[in-house]
Write a protein of this length. Structure first.
Length: 270
């Protein structure tokens, strides 16, 4: 049996193990996201009754965590195994998926800039749908509370948006103690209080709107986010560029390794 070796072609160990190291980080991060998501679902009893996933009309943040985890785990696994085993199919899958995600991000950024009114309407609709489900899921509730506290805002366009929620609705049919109120995260914090007053928003919207400013945030979260973006445009742009460069670097490593493997195979065949 005779073996032929193409002397000028070899797989670079540098690119091989650099790509492996690049992907092991994403694989481990994917495992962490999946573990956190599954733990959160087990705490909420979703794993024992999967119909609860479709029962929530708003966004379950755990679903987002699991989706990110699955994507990172899959790509990290494909990249790690593809690099170690010099498997062209796995490397092409990894490279193509990263390229697709990069183009998707780029298209989303361009479309968001060109169709700002449409994006604003979709964000408003999304926020209102999640307001309706505020009390249905603890993770969604914590997400909205964090958003309102950090941005000093209340509701999508204002406090009256909390009428979309049956517990905070001002209708005469409501028997809720939170009727015509807002969540505590809408309240202006009192520096003198060390313990959070979760009832500070009770009956606030029964008062005249001129009195609201002394007790709660009156700016809607959409306006707050629109005001936040221009002030932090360099941070947002920096994060986007950093993520893009990481993706381009991964594509470069994968394509280089694929070229080396193909060159070696061509040399052997020769």
């Amino acid at each position: 049996m005779h073996y032929y070796r193409y002397s000028n072609a070899e797989v670079s160990c540098w690119y091989k193990y650099l790509l492996f190291s690049y992907n092991i980080v994403f694989w481990l991060a994917g495992v962490a996201f999946l573990a956190a998501g599954l733990w959160a679902w087990s705490e909420k009893g979703v794993l024992s009754d999967l119909t609860k996933v479709t029962g929530l009309h708003g966004l379950d943040p755990v679903v987002l965590v699991l989706v990110v985890g699955i994507v990172m785990f899959t790509l990290g696994f494909a990249g790690c195994v593809g690099a170690l085993r010099e498997n062209i199919c796995l490397l092409k899958f990894f490279c193509g998926a990263i390229m697709f995600i990069f183009l998707l991000e780029l298209a989303a950024a361009v479309l968001a800039f060109l169709f700002q009114d449409w994006v604003r309407d979709r964000v408003k609709e999304f926020f209102e749908n999640n307001i309706k489900s505020y009390r249905d899921d603890i993770d969604l509730q914590n997400l909205i509370d964090s958003l309102q506290k950090i941005n000093h805002c209340c509701g999508a366009q204002g406090p009256d948006d909390w009428d979309f929620n049956i517990y905070f609705n001002c209708s005469s049919e409501s028997k809720s103690r939170e009727k015509c109120g807002v969540p505590f995260s809408c309240c202006i914090p009192d520096p003198a209080q060390k313990v959070v007053n979760t009832q500070c928003g009770y009956d606030v919207r029964k008062k005249s709107k001129s009195e609201w400013e002394n007790q709660i945030f009156v700016k809607g979260c959409i306006l707050a986010l629109e005001a936040w973006l221009p002030r932090n445009i360099y941070i947002v742009a920096g994060v986007f560029i950093a993520i893009s460069l990481l993706q381009i670097f991964g594509i470069f490593l994968a394509r280089t390794l694929i070229s080396d493997i193909e060159a070696v195979k061509a040399g052997i065949a020769f």
